[in-house]
Design a protein around this ligand. Structure first.
Ligand SMILES: C[S@@+](CC[C@H](N)C(=O)[O-])C[C@H]1O[C@@H](n2cnc3c(N)ncnc32)[C@H](O)[C@@H]1O
Length: 235
C-alpha cells in the first residue's frame, strides 16, 4: 500500500494530463500510481541512478495494466493501453513537448533542489503548459521564495503527517491566481490540529536559527507567530 505522504501528493491534483513526470522518482511508486489511475497518456520516471531505473523498468514490464481503459494507443512499451518511459538523467535537463500539458512532480528531496529544478525546467520549456506538485523534505521557504520569483501561483496546498513527520504538498502553475507565499496560506487552515503541531515545529526551528546570519529568518519567524496568534484567536 502507498504511504500517506505519497497518497497526499496524488490526492492534491486529479486532473488529466498529456504527460506526467515522476522526477527524482527513486522507487517510482508515485509514477506507478499515476499509471494505475490513468491520469496521463504517458507517465515518465526520471532519476539519475541507473540501477534504480533498471529496477523500475523490470517492475513496470511485469505490471498488468490491461484493465485500465481510455488511454491513447500510441504506446511506447509492450502494454497496448498505457505508455510509460524511464529516463536516467539529471531532472534539470528535461525538455518537454511544447504543445502538450504536463504535470511535474518533485518529492522527497530538499526545497533547494526543488527550487533549482523548477528554475532550470522553466528556462528550457513553455512554462504555461506545466503544472507542478512539490513535496520537499525541508527548506520549504527556499522553494516558496523561488516560486514567487518565477511567478508561479498556488492551485492547492496541504499538510500530511506520515510516520511521525509532517510534510507540505504544494500544487502550483502559472495560470491560477493565488500568488505563492513564503510560509504558505491554505496549509494553516484546512486541518487546524495538524497545522498547529506543524506551526509549533516550524517556530522552534526558526527560533533556533534566529541568531544565524541567514537572511529572512526574523521575518519568517514573525510571519509564523502571526499565524499562531490567528489560529489561537480562531480556536
Ligand atoms: C529520497 S528519493 C525520493 C523518492 C520519491 N520521489 C519519494 O518522494 O519518495 C530522492 C531521489 O532523487 C534522485 N535525485 C536527486 N537529484 C536528482 C537530479 N538532479 N536528477 C535526477 N534524480 C535526482 C536521487 O537519485 C534519489 O533517488
Amino acid at each position: 500500500m502507498i504511504s500517506r505522504r505519497l497518497q497526499a501528493i496524488l490526492d492534491i491534483n486529479k486532473q488529466s494530463y498529456d504527460q506526467v513526470w515522476d522526477t527524482c522518482c527513486d522507487h517510482g511508486y508515485l509514477g506507478e500510481a499515476y499509471l494505475q489511475r490513468n491520469q496521463a497518456q504517458i507517465v515518465h520516471f526520471v532519476d539519475r541512478v541507473p540501477a534504480l531505473m533498471t529496477q523500475i523498468e523490470h517492475r513496470l514490464n511485469a505490471l498488468d495494466l490491461s484493465n485500465i481503459d481510455g488511454i491513447a494507443s500510441n504506446s511506447v512499451n509492450s502494454n497496448e493501453h498505457i505508455s510509460w518511459q524511464v529516463h536516467c538523467l539529471d531532472v534539470k535537463e528535461l525538455e518537454f513537448a511544447s504543445e502538450q500539458k504536463h504535470l511535474v512532480v518533485v518529492a522527497g528531496v530538499g526545497g533547494d533542489l526543488c527550487a533549482d529544478i523548477v528554475e532550470a525546467i522553466m528556462k528550457k520549456n513553455h512554462a504555461e503548459n506545466i503544472d507542478w506538485v512539490f513535496c520537499p523534505v525541508h527548506k520549504h521557504e527556499t522553494l516558496r521564495k523561488k516560486l514567487i520569483r518565477l511567478g508561479l501561483n498556488v492551485v492547492n496546498e496541504s499538510l500530511v503527517k506520515d510516520k511521525g513527520r509532517i510534510y507540505e504538498v504544494i500544487h502550483v502553475n502559472q495560470s491560477d491566481n493565488t500568488p505563492a507565499s513564503v510560509i504558505g496560506q491554505q496549509i494553516w487552515h484546512d486541518n487546524p490540529e495538524l497545522a498547529s503541531e506543524y506551526l509549533t515545529q516550524k517556530i522552534a526551528h526558526f527560533e533556533r536559527k534566529a541568531n544565524s546570519s541567514e537572511s529572512d529568518v526574523i521575518t519568517i519567524l514573525a510571519q509564523l507567530k502571526a499565524v499562531a496568534d490567528l489560529l489561537r484567536y480562531n480556536s
